[in-house]
Design a protein around this ligand. Structure first.
Ligand SMILES: Cc1cc2nc3c(=O)[nH]c(=O)nc-3n(C[C@H](O)[C@H](O)[C@H](O)COP(=O)(O)OP(=O)(O)OC[C@H]3O[C@@H](n4cnc5c(N)ncnc54)[C@H](O)[C@@H]3O)c2cc1C
Length: 358
C-alpha cells in the first residue's frame, strides 16, 4: 500500500454508465478524477450489445399521474424525454451510434388497454408522439406506439466516456469504506477512501455503484432495494421492426444485432425466468436461446432515481436507484448531480433530500 496517498478532486465509485458519465462531465470541467471499479472491466450491469433508453416509466402515463398527481407525473415523464435529448447529444459528441427505434407497448388486458388509450390521448395533448395501434399480429389486444426511444451500445459509450485525459480508472479496486480525513481538514482532502490494496484522499466522493452503495452507507439501505434482472438472447427468424414492451413494462424485447434480446424483471422476491420463458414460448416458440446475462439493479422505494447528498456523509454524493429502466434516467439524473456539484443548483424532483432531510 502506498504511504503517500494521492489527492483527487473527486473519487467516483463504480465504472458503470452512471459513474462514467459523472467522471466525464467533471473531467470536462478540468477536475482531476479517479474512478474505482471493483471488477476488471467498465460497463456495470447492462452488459454488452444493445441497450434501450425508453420514453417514460414502466407504469403507463395515466397511472403515473394518478400516483404522483398530474403536475409531478408530467414533470417526471418530461425528465425521461430530456434524458433522451441528453443521451443523443453525448452519443453524437463521442461518435457513438444512436438509433431512434421507438417502441410498442402492448397488452392483452382490458383494463391496461384502457389505461394505454387514455395515456395516448393525454400524451398527445402534452405534445408527445403516442399512437394506439392494433397488436393482434403479436397475439395481444392493442398497443401504444412511441417514436423517440433510443437504441445504443451502453458498454461502448461507457468506455468512450472514460477515455479522457483527466480520468484515471483503477480496476479490481473495490471501495470498502469512506471516512472523514483524519488529519487537519484541508479543502483539498476532506475524505479518505479505503479500497482493496488502495488508500487515497479526495475532496468529494460520488457513489455510482448501484445496488452495492448500501454497503457504504446503511441509510441508503432504507430506501434502495435490489431487483433481479435477466436478459435472454435468442435467434429468431425475421427482423424485429420495433422494440416490444410487455407485462406493464416488466418485459422488453429488442433487436440485438441479428438476434432478439428479451430483458425482464419482476417483484423483488420473484424469479423472472418463468415469466420470460412464457413470453418467449408465446412469441417465438422455436427460437433457440444463445445467451443469458443477469444482475441486480437498485430501485428506490418511490421508483424514482435518487440524486444528491448521501446522509451522514458530508461531501459524499450519489446517483442511484435508477431501476430496471435505468437508461431512461441516467443522463438526466447525472445532469442534475453535475449541476449541484459544479454550480450549487437545485436537483429538483429527484433529490435525495425527499428521503433524508439535510
Ligand atoms: C441484463 C440487464 C439488461 C438491462 N437492460 C436495460 C435496458 O435495455 N434499458 C434500460 O433502461 N435499463 C436496462 N437495465 C438496467 C440498467 O442497466 C441499470 O439501471 C443501469 O445500468 C444502472 O447503471 P449504474 O451505472 O448506475 O450501475 P451498475 O451498472 O450496477 O454499475 C455499478 C458499478 O459499480 C461497481 N461497484 C459496485 N460496488 C463497488 C465498490 N464497492 N467499489 C468499486 N466498484 C463497485 C460494479 O462492479 C459496477 O461496475 C438492464 C439491466 C440488466 C441487469
Amino acid at each position: 500500500m502506498s504511504t503517500t496517498p494521492e489527492i483527487y478532486d473527486t473519487v467516483v465509485v463504480g465504472a458503470g454508465l452512471t459513474g462514467a458519465l459523472i467522471a466525464h462531465h467533471l473531467a470536462e470541467a478540468a477536475l482531476n478524477i479517479v474512478v474505482l471499479e471493483a471488477t476488471e472491466a467498465p460497463g456495470g450491469t447492462v452488459g454488452r450489445g444493445t441497450g434501450l433508453a425508453l420514453l417514460g416509466t414502466p407504469a403507463p402515463y395515466v397511472a403515473l399521474q394518478t400516483r404522483l398527481g398530474p403536475d409531478k407525473g408530467r414533470q417526471v415523464w418530461e425528465l425521461t424525454r430530456q434524458n433522451l435529448d441528453l443521451l443523443t447529444a453525448i452519443l453524437h459528441k463521442l461518435h457513438q451510434e444512436a438509433t431512434h427505434v421507438g417502441s410498442f407497448r402492448m397488452t392483452d388486458d382490458d383494463t391496461e388497454a384502457g389505461l394505454l388509450q387514455e395515456s395516448a390521448v393525454l400524451l398527445r395533448q402534452n405534445l408527445y408522439a403516442a399512437e394506439i395501434d392494433d397488436a393482434t399480429e403479436y397475439g395481444y389486444l392493442v398497443g401504444m406506439r412511441t417514436a423517440d426511444d433510443l437504441a445504443f451500445d451502453p458498454a461502448a459509450l461507457t468506455a468512450a466516456l472514460l477515455d479522457h485525459a483527466n480520468i484515471t480508472v483503477e480496476y479490481e479496486t473495490e471501495v470498502q469504506a469512506i471516512r472523514p480525513h483524519p488529519g487537519p481538514v484541508s479543502e483539498n482532502a476532506t475524505l479518505s477512501v479505503w479500497a482493496h490494496k488502495r488508500y487515497l484522499l479526495a475532496r468529494k466522493v460520488v457513489l455510482a455503484n448501484g445496488a452495492h452503495a448500501i454497503r457504504l452507507n446503511r441509510k441508503l439501505g432504507s430506501i434502495l432495494y435490489p431487483t433481479s434482472m435477466h436478459a435472454v438472447d435468442f435467434r429468431n427468424a425475421g427482423v424485429l421492426p420495433t422494440p416490444l414492451v410487455l407485462r406493464q413494462g416488466q418485459v422488453v424485447i429488442q433487436a440485438h444485432g441479428n438476434d432478439w434480446r428479451m430483458v425482464g424483471w419482476t417483484g423483488a422476491q420473484q424469479d423472472v425466468l418463468p415469466a420470460l420463458t412464457e413470453v418467449a414460448q408465446q412469441l417465438c416458440p422455436k427460437a433457440p436461446v444463445i445467451g443469458r446475462h443477469s444482475w441486480w439493479v437498485a430501485q428506490s422505494t418511490d421508483g424514482l432515481p435518487v440524486v444528491g447528498q448521501v446522509p451522514d456523509m458530508p461531501n459524499v454524493y450519489t446517483v442511484n436507484g435508477l431501476g430496471p429502466w435505468g437508461l431512461s434516467w441516467v443522463c438526466v439524473a447525472v445532469d442534475r448531480l453535475i449541476g449541484l456539484l459544479l454550480h450549487g443548483e437545485e436537483v429538483g424532483v429527484l433529490t435525495s433530500e425527499r428521503f433524508f432531510v439535510p
